[in-house]
Write a protein that binds this ligand. Structure first.
Ligand SMILES: Cc1cc2nc3c(=O)[nH]c(=O)nc-3n(C[C@H](O)[C@H](O)[C@H](O)COP(=O)(O)OP(=O)(O)OC[C@H]3O[C@@H](n4cnc5c(N)ncnc54)[C@H](O)[C@@H]3O)c2cc1C
Ligand code: FES
Length: 251
């Protein structure tokens, strides 16, 4: 599963947020919700990023990442032509079964999970993305190509003022989706968990945890999942990163 990827472009698209597209052969099983574990040249531990988008025809893989620590700072400096080792596709993607009306919900950087949905599933998509402010908006153009798009900002500087979940709650009774696929910060996911319960809509979420090995061996990435009436420690890298929102035990 270790593959070579070669940077084609690596650009800042919002403050401290970069979009990196690399030349890569895309395995057939790749789908939305999978992640890629990238080996940086200067660091022993790999860094995980969700597969934001891919093209089998063009043989490209895209990630969108925030510069947080040393690793992502180094990554942001890689120029066109840089060759990297990458393990992908890792983790379980979203399993939408026969769902056709699909809501995609992204909060902040969690939006980076969503564009790959259009390459992975057939259906009628409505996307909802929320950010603190206008300057933080990412991937709106890409998501508008796949269906209706609602953008909200907390300060009202673009789109609807408020939280992305306010918008989801309003539209859910009008559009009656079969499934919601989501990624975002914990307060957003907690609110979505309530909405999912209230409307009885199946909701799958991609979770993020600090990772070590990325292949299920170290248990650094454990999260609490309630299944069959019992709480289990499950690994985001191997058992996830996608889980049913109603099984997630938030802090
Ligand atoms: C499944 C998954 C998907 C992710 N997708 C994205 C994405 O699409 N875009 C994005 O910007 N970020 C994503 N992250 C978070 C991203 O992996 C971290 O921001 C990144 O590893 C930080 O590395 P660093 O060297 O800059 O930070 P440092 O804090 O210097 O990292 C030190 C170590 O901690 C690990 N680490 C630190 N923060 C995280 C974290 N949040 N998750 C996992 N490991 C961490 C690093 O991999 C490294 O081994 C994802 C994480 C997971 C688990
Ligand atoms: S990162 Fe090691 S088990 Fe998940």
């Amino acid at each position: 599963m270790e593959r070579k990827i070669t940077v084609l472009s690596n650009k800042e698209i919002a403050p401290k947020i970069f979009k990196l597209t690399a030349a890569a052969k895309i395995p057939d099983k790749t789908r939305c919700g999978n992640f890629v574990h990238i080996q940086l040249k200067e660091k022993p531990l790999r860094r995980p990023f969700c597969i934001c988008d891919f093209s089998r025809e063009l043989e490209t893989l895209t990630i969108v990442y925030e510069v947080k620590g040393e690793g992502t700072k180094l990554l942001s400096g890689y120029q066109k032509g840089t060759c990297l080792d990458a393990l992908f596709p890792l983790g379980n993607g979203f399993d939408i079964k026969s769902a056709k009306k699909i809501f995609l919900v992204g909060g902040g950087l969690g939006t980076a999970v969503l564009p790959a949905a259009f390459k992975s599933y057939e259906g009628e998509f409505t996307s909802f993305i929320g950010f603190k402010s206008k300057e933080n908006i990412i991937l709106a153009e890409e998501l508008s190509l796949g269906g209706d798009l609602f953008v909200s900002t907390e300060d009202g500087s673009f789109g609807e003022k408020g939280f992305v979940t306010d918008c989801v709650k309003r539209e859910i009774s009008l559009r009656k989706p079969d499934i919601i696929l989501a990624c975002g910060p914990e307060p957003m996911l907690k609110s979505l968990q309530k909405i999912s319960c209230q409307f009885g809509t199946k909701t799958l979420v991609s979770l993020e945890e600090r990772m070590g090995c990325g292949v299920g061996a170290c248990v650094v990435c454990a999260v609490k999942i309630k299944r069959d009436g019992q709480e289990h420690n499950m690994r985001v890298c191997k058992d996830g990163p996608v889980f049913d929102i109603n099984e997630v035990v938030f802090n």
